[in-house]
Design a protein around this ligand. Structure first.
Ligand code: GLU
Length: 375
């Protein structure tokens, strides 16, 4: 038995590599995907949020466009991704649909997770999909990403997604059941590593030696992904996807390597926010807003009495109480001039005040830290 209990984790990001999903003939392994969809349906039924990060667009598209991947140029691969992505997501839509689950396609570039303004947009959309019980099928937006501005591998993309949505577990389905001290294919003394509590140089070194997926991510990229995710409070598991019903097998105690999270996603997010040195503005709040924040709620425009400074959506602002006391800080959902127009505004008046449909909160509760309570 592994020490990993899948059912203990509420929000799961599952990463599926091309080699598991796509056969040598360039087509989707339908039977395998149907099994995965049944596993997802079980998790969904148990109240878990599930997000999928899936590769395979380029592999499928290369077949559609009859491109020889070894001689292809970047624009050939981008065209292949465009042709393949539509089939990839359709396959998920069908497989999940059989289980009564709706799928949604989300294509991301690094800007969407690294730039705070875009980060708020991507996070807002993904959380809304989860609220509607839809399973997002996420991939890199390969048709516009160029070599310099790519995640490059979906292990890292999946870790960034986990961080973005504050997932508490990231499952990397691989073609091996986790990490070994050496390559189990060529070294009979190789031992399985069930748990990693700290990603040390020794672990990074071992990962460099261990064979994994024939896709772009080897074990080294999985450990890098685990490093990003565990820092964000998200435990990461590498397990075999090269079997039918891989998530059920994992849930039943199947072999895997668990990289234990450091703290919780919420604590990691608060720490990240508290670390920002560059504060661009200030929101002064009424007492009602202060007590709502203390109850763990988001800051609504109606509770803002004054706006100070020049800031854009995604910038860090200080939250100040009625006696001028600094309560905490958070990421502004609006720019300063929008915020001024929204002072004291009830949610249903936002559109009238702005002239367009805005977002309902000024600072989302996941994106704020209160100094006394949280630090
Ligand atoms: N985004 C690529 C695709 O869909 C795969 C990247 C990877 O294999 O990690 O083909």
């Amino acid at each position: 038995m592994s020490g990993f209990v899948l059912s203990n984790y509420r929000r799961l990001v599952i990463k599926v590599g091309s080699s598991l999903l796509i056969g040598d003939d360039g087509h989707v392994h339908r039977g395998w995907l149907e099994g995965l969809a049944e596993d997802i349906a079980i998790l969904h039924g148990g109240g878990h949020d599930v997000l999928i990060v899936s590769s395979g667009a380029i592999a499928i598209g290369s077949t559609v466009l009859q491109i020889n991947k070894s001689r292809a140029r970047l624009e050939d691969l981008q065209a292949a991704a465009a042709a393949g992505q539509v089939q990839l997501v359709h396959a998920y839509q069908e497989a999940l649909g059989v289980n009564g689950i709706a799928a949604a396609q989300v294509l991301l570039t690094p800007e969407d997770t690294e730039n705070r303004r875009r980060f708020l947009n991507a996070r807002g959309t993904l959380l809304k999909l989860l609220e509607h019980s839809v399973v997002p099928i996420i991939n890199e937006n390969d048709t516009v990403a160029t070599e310099e501005i790519r995640y490059g591998d979906n292990d890292r993309l999946a870790a960034r997604v986990a961080q973005l949505v504050m997932a508490d577990a990231l499952v990397l389905l691989s073609d091996v059941a986790g990490m070994y001290t050496a390559d189990p294919g060529s070294d009979a003394t190789a031992e399985h590593i069930p748990e990693v509590r700290k990603i040390s140089e020794a672990i990074l070194g071992m990962a460099g030696e261990t064979r994994s997926d024939i896709g772009s991510g080897g074990m080294a990229t999985k450990v890098q992904a685990a490093r990003i995710a565990t820092h964000a409070g998200c435990s990461t598991v590498v397990t075999s996807g090269a079997i039918d019903r891989p998530l059920q097998t994992l849930a039943a105690g199947g072999r895997c390597t668990v990289f234990r999270a450091e703290g919780t996603p919420a604590a990691a997010r608060k720490q990240w926010l508290a670390g920002f040195l560059e504060v661009r503005g200030e929101l002064r709040l009424d007492d009602g807003a202060v007590s709502a924040l203390n109850d763990g709620k988001s800051l609504l425009p109606v509770g803002v009495v004054e706006v100070v400074g020049n800031f854009r959506r995604g910038d860090v602002v200080t939250l100040v109480g009625s006696s001028g006391n600094e309560l905490g800080r958070g990421l502004a959902e609006y720019s300063d001039d929008e915020a001024v127009r929204l002072i004291g505004c009830r949610s249903e008046q936002i559109e009238e005040r702005l002239g367009y449909r805005g977002r309902s909160v000024m600072v989302h509760r996941d994106e704020l830290v209160l100094f006394d309570n949280d630090c």
